[in-house]
Design a protein around this ligand. Structure first.
Ligand code: NCD
Ligand code: ZN
Length: 345
């Protein structure tokens, strides 16, 4: 096969940031993707419907002339989130989902949830209205090894929340483990999982062998090879439980290349070429559309895009190593292999 045409992909987990960074990187997602679930972990976070409306306007302003990229807004769930505000923001169509960060789990998560009983009224409302909860699934306990934090979260937090809240629709965001794959696969129609581009490509050796590679460091951190293989199998299986959420998370290079570097891989620019390469390697190009364009809208109960994108196979594709933004340069994720699939303009 040398050419494939897909319904236009969507990104079900994206960090667009704000200000100069937003202006610099929004075109990178708008070029290929139709819609994206926009993460609310700004400083300060997007907590209320009013915050989301204002952020949505700033995103629309940052898009290139003529773009019809649609930001799907989320609210950052805090212990003081008002159920009535959530209900109104969802009913008006402004807000698509809520995001649960355990406090301290990742970049800008300090306002996240510590006591899950405090968010019970919001979760009940979400179950009743069918509003998805996007979950950053890692415990933050200092005695739990960072490589075990996802698996422990499933047992100690996620499964109890789901049992206590029948009907709650949950997206396990950016799963990185075999345990995440197994739990998502067994979870029925109200459970989905996003998988990032980079977790299909790198394992923890890529971060640590031969010198520390800050541009491969993200959260949840990449795990052992057996976990990467489980993610590959899940993504390329066509199973409707799994869909693309790039977690493209730009930080300016000085913030990554530091004694205490930020977590996040920036993949918006080359994600589709990487995915085509990965799916071709696994003999599953016919499943790419399910993963990138169909399973996500099905979970979110939205129509599949009416538009298409075409990828053509040929000489290795070139893409910029960095995106220059007003907030500094952002290094584009290096998949460590030539990419042969070009996205046609
Ligand atoms: C994200 C970010 O930088 O905002 N970083 C990351 O490594 N994925 C936060 C997140 O999604 O955990
Ligand atoms: Zn993220």
């Amino acid at each position: 096969m040398t050419q494939i045409t897909l319904r236009r992909p969507d990104d079900w987990h994206l960090h667009l940031r704000d200000g100069e960074m937003l202006a610099g990187i929004a075109p990178e997602s708008a070029r290929h993707f139709g819609r994206a679930i926009i993460m609310p972990n700004l400083v300060p976070p997007v907590v209320t419907g009013e915050d989301a409306a204002a952020y949505r306007e700033r995103i629309l302003t940052a898009l290139p002339e003529g773009s019809n990229f649609t930001p799907l807004m989320t609210l950052y769930l805090t212990e003081t989130t008002d159920p009535a505000d959530v209900a109104a923001a969802h009913a008006s169509g402004l807000v698509t989902a809520l995001k649960l960060y355990p406090a301290g789990a990742t970049t800008n998560s300090a306002s996240g949830v510590r006591d899950f009983d405090k968010v019970r009224p919001v979760l009940e409302l979400m179950a009743e209205k069918g509003i998805p909860l996007c979950v950053h699934g890692e415990v933050v306990d200092s005695d739990i090894d960072i490589f075990d934090r996802e698996a422990v979260f499933i047992d100690r937090v996620l499964d109890p929340i789901r049992r206590a809240t029948p009907g709650l629709r949950v997206v396990m965001e950016h799963i990185t483990t075999k345990q995440g794959v197994d739990y998502a696969r067994a979870g029925g129609d109200d459970l989905g999982a996003t998988i990032t581009t980079h977790h299909l490509v790198i394992n923890r050796n890529h971060i640590l062998v031969g010198g520390i590679k800050p541009h491969y460091y993200c959260l949840p951190v990449a795990k052992r090879e057996e976990h990467r293989l489980a993610l590959r199998e899940a993504a390329t299986s066509g199973d409707a439980s799994f869909f693309l959420g790039t977690d493209s998370a730009p930080h300016a290079d000085p913030a990554k290349e530091s004694a205490c570097g930020c977590a996040g891989c920036f993949t918006a620019t080359n994600t589709l070429s990487i995915l085509a390469e990965v799916f071709e390697q696994d003999g599953a190009l016919d499943k790419l559309e399910a993963f990138a364009s169909r399973n996500g809208p099905a979970f979110y109960r939205l129509p599949v895009s009416e538009e298409t994108v075409t990828l053509t196979k040929g000489e290795p594709v070139t893409y910029p190593g960095k995106i220059e933004t007003g907030a500094g340069p952002v290094t584009v994720f290096d998949p460590g292999m030539p990419l042969h699939w070009r996205v046609e303009a």
